[in-house]
Ligand binder design. Sequence first.
Ligand SMILES: NC(=O)c1ccc[n+]([C@@H]2O[C@H](COP(=O)([O-])OP(=O)(O)OC[C@H]3O[C@@H](n4cnc5c(N)ncnc54)[C@H](O)[C@@H]3O)[C@@H](O)[C@H]2O)c1
Length: 503
Amino acid sequence: MSAIRRVGVCGAGGTMGSGIAIVSARAGFETVAYDLDADALAGARAGAERFFAQSVERGKLGEAERDAALAGLSETTRLEALAECDLVIEAVFEDLSTKRELFRRLDPICPEHTLFASNTSTLSISEIASGCGREDRVVGMHFCLPAQLMKLIEMSPGLNTSEASFRSAWEWTERAGQTPVRTQDTPGFILNAFVVPFNNDAIRAVEAGVAEPAEIDKAVKAALGYRMGPLELLDMVGLDTQVRLCEAFHPVTLDPRAAAPPLLRRMVAAGRLGRKSGRGFRAGEEDAPPGGEAEAYEIVSAGPSRSFPEGDAFPARSTPGAGVAVYLGAPHVPDPKRRAILIELGTECLGAHTGEGYGEEGSNVLGFARYRNGDDPPSDLVELVRQPASDPRAIDAARAAFEGAGLQVAVCADQAGRIGDRLVRPKYNDALRFLDEGRAAAKDIDLTCRLGLSYPDGPVERIERGGLAHHHDVTQALFEVYGTPGYAPARRARVARQRASGG
Ligand SMILES: NC(=O)c1ccc[n+]([C@@H]2O[C@H](COP(=O)([O-])OP(=O)(O)OC[C@H]3O[C@@H](n4cnc5c(N)ncnc54)[C@H](O)[C@@H]3O)[C@@H](O)[C@H]2O)c1
């Protein structure tokens, strides 16, 4: 296969195409930016000039390199101008017939060795390649937004892609300074296959009254170390875009988690599209800072605590007779004179301790758990569990006790899995399933999440650190309550539990 020197980018006036053209030109490839829209191309050219100027100012690029990159980048609205390209990357509209038609028209224009790559997010590479005349030379090359800043590229072969073509395209991404990961031609590859259902789950948690959007985002960031919560991320991506992603994946995968939640559709119908329309789940709303004065608390302990393991500073600050009582493993004693009584929870609900009264549950007794990934040290997040008629003064006192100790508090309803496990466990199950299905290697799954989603670690390394048997126990508890397939413990977790239990 001959070396790639000249690269064509189709749809180079658009969001992704303009960034991909920058990546290619920056790495020294002659780059032909093609689009139907001449104004969009002119805008992209101006954007590239600004981007390269900033790169020089920040010391990331020399002046000579900038000049060479801009000299090597040309624009055209004529498809025939791609005739000399060794690689053509398409980033045109996400529409199967548009992409197929483009490759069919390009086939007689380009030399035989030319590779075609598609930046599609949701379509099948095999279907895009079908009928183009060179199915063996078509690959999936999924860049992340913004392409000129994000290193990750998910690379996938179609069913008819030759290994030599795939390798050649892979080498080009490395020469372009990117980090490729290998995945399969399956809906959403790795990144969107994780994030689309995860974001839907966050919307469903809002729908189910688990917590307010701001509390969910706070919980996810504090518990998992994600840079953005799922609801602020949805506002950034656009709620209409999320609907389109759901509509692309759900009919193909039939995964109920990929179906657009009714609340998402209502938000879009009401014009609440996220940042672009000024209103969404969180748009315009900042995270509330921790407030108020610290509240003294008394620890009532009857053994080890998952929230506050041996050596944790929190129990050491116990103040006998304080207004807040924190029960760690000990059965609580009702005491209406206390400001709050807090019961540490495992996988059980608060109702198991307080009894149930159909809409009237509530007193000064609240539940809590400090989020912990299995055997990992506890995070800073305390999930504070309330019931429908919980005393608001008890919630304030509990918040003040935990925040005063430097912890972060997210208030949630008394529902199984609370916020953290409810949202994250299905994603871990997906990661384990992807391994079973050979969709990607463990290191590539993790790398995709770190580079593409800015997670501090990947799902596979996280479950392994926390313990697969622990993952089994939590998902089993959730599956018993909800019965939805996303919670059914993944095969590897079942195996780990059976081995750990000597079964
Ligand atoms: N936006 C993202 O976050 C993102 C991320 C990864 C991948 N993608 C994928 O990248 C592709 C482009 O998405 P986008 O958000 O950049 O879209 P966009 O609408 O911003 O840009 C598309 C560009 O393609 C041009 N175009 C359309 N049909 C054409 C044709 N037949 N020939 C030449 N040019 C044509 C349009 O004029 C436009 O400039 C899609 O396949 C999308 O799924 C998008």
